[in-house]
Ligand binder design. Structure first.
Ligand code: ADP
Length: 402
């Protein structure tokens, strides 16, 4: 049974076609980048080892969808003969609000709710909707499509973790609360971690650090999320590539008045011009920042220091939230690859007996899954590459079987 997984961002479209009947094998995968820009490109690879990058100006998500579809059917590097071979589509949908706390078959009602939630996830939900509608017009309205929500995993947060200390009516009237994001990834790596611990997930306390361009940390108890750093929007929590993370609310009015800018402009700055980019003045990309830091660029060094400091601080606080911890997991582009970040995050935690094995840490890059804690560490430390697509495909298949 072949399942297409779609993960659409504001200007990107990640896709994977999996054959669930053949050991969940990936038939083809790729990404359309810079949709809407002249310098757009598509990376594609198939299970036969074919890999290609196409430079192509895709005007919108519809064009990106058609491009992907034609690649699947292409005589030379295609992987299916007819679109009818695809049994269902699973979508990553970023914001599902309080209503959708599990993967759900897409219908008119779900589409309306995802539409209503656009003000909370203005970059992601519209792209998710375009793709759902593009699939409807390609496969027909009755064709099974499943939404797997990034927020759903955090629906188990207790009120003391998700209510902001604002007038309560903001929550009641407008749904202003912590939702949390990256849920599919936190779910996947916490479950993989339980397997590595050789424990039932119900008996685990795990802290998962998804550190990519977007970054968030979650505390999971018995496989359920009990707290997470991202909040009402994905801008909350720790410093990210271009997002600031949590701020003193007093800064908002102060900066808007000083610079004579609107709240809207402030929000753009907080999402696009802040974080590692804002502090370093170099880039949002940890690789570029490292290059500059090694040349002695003080702001690049500071950006790295802030990142590691904030991750460490949140891990420490989540150990208290969980009342102990079996394992810390690193994932995402930075979590999976940045040896020195992992070192610097864990070093201050050694007073709790948390110790990284420096040589194991060094060896664990480029998609490797491994334990990197020292033998005497009180808490195990793992690097586990995330795989949101497999979660989406499995959930889609489960709903299809129902
Ligand atoms: P996104 O959140 O957009 O999915 P990623 O998870 O790909 O982002 O993470 C992007 C970040 O990870 C960037 O800061 C990048 O520098 C870093 N990164 C990704 N791959 C590597 C690598 N092989 N070596 C070092 N850093 C990497």
């Amino acid at each position: 049974m072949k399942i297409l997984v779609i993960n659409a961002g504001s200007s990107s479209l990640k896709f994977q076609l999996l054959d669930m009947a053949d050991n969940e094998s990936v038939l083809a995968k790729g990404i359309c980048e810079k949709i809407g820009f002249e310098n757009g490109f598509v990376k594609f690879q198939n299970y036969k080892g074919y890999e290609k990058q196409f430079l192509v100006h895709l005007k919108n998500h519809d064009e990106a969808f058609s491009f992907m579809k034609n690649l699947f059917l292409d005589k030379k590097y295609g992987v299916i003969k007819r679109l009818g071979e695809i049994a269902a589509v699973g979508h990553r949908v970023v914001q599902g609000g309080e209503e959708f706390n599990k993967p759900t078959l897409i219908d008119k009602h779900l589409i309306n709710v995802v539409k209503k939630l656009i003000p909370i996830a203005p970059l992601h939900n519209p792209a998710n909707l375009y793709m759902i509608l593009a699939c409807q017009s390609c496969f027909g309205e009755k064709f099974p499509q499943v939404a797997v929500f990034d927020t759903a995993f955090h629906s188990t947060l207790p009120p003391k973790a998700y209510i902001y200390p604002l007038p309560y009516e903001f929550y009641k009237k407008y749904g202003v609360r912590k939702y949390g994001y990256h849920g599919i990834s936190h779910y996947y790596v916490s479950n993989e971690c339980a397997k590595l611990l050789n424990k039932d997930i119900k008996d685990t306390k795990i802290i998962t650090c998804h550190l990519g361009n977007g970054a968030s940390i979650s505390a999971t108890k018995g496989g359920k999320s009990v707290d997470t750093t991202m909040g009402f929007t994905p801008a909350d929590g720790i410093i990210m590539g271009t997002r600031s993370g949590s701020l003193d609310p007093g800064i908002i009015t102060f900066v808007c008045e000083k610079n004579n800018i609107s709240m809207h402009e402030f929000s753009r700055i907080v999402n696009k011009n802040s974080g590692l980019l804002g502090v370093s003045g170099v880039s949002n990309d940890a690789r570029e920042i490292l290059k500059e830091a090694s040349l002695g660029n003080k702001r690049a060094i500071l950006a790295q220091d802030i990142f590691c400091y904030q991750v460490m601080k949140n891990i420490a606080s989540y150990i208290a939230v969980l009342g102990g911890c079996d394992a810390i997991v690193f994932t995402g582009g930075i979590g999976e690859n940045r040896v020195e970040y992992r070192n610097n995050i864990c070093a201050p935690l050694s007073f709790m007996g948390i110790n990284i094995d420096k040589s194991l840490n060094k060896l664990t890059v480029d998609g490797k899954k491994a334990e990197i804690s020292a033998k005497d560490s009180s808490v195990k430390i793992f690097v586990i590459p995330t795989d949101e697509e497999i979660v989406i495909a499995r959930e889609t298949l489960a709903i299809l079987k129902k």
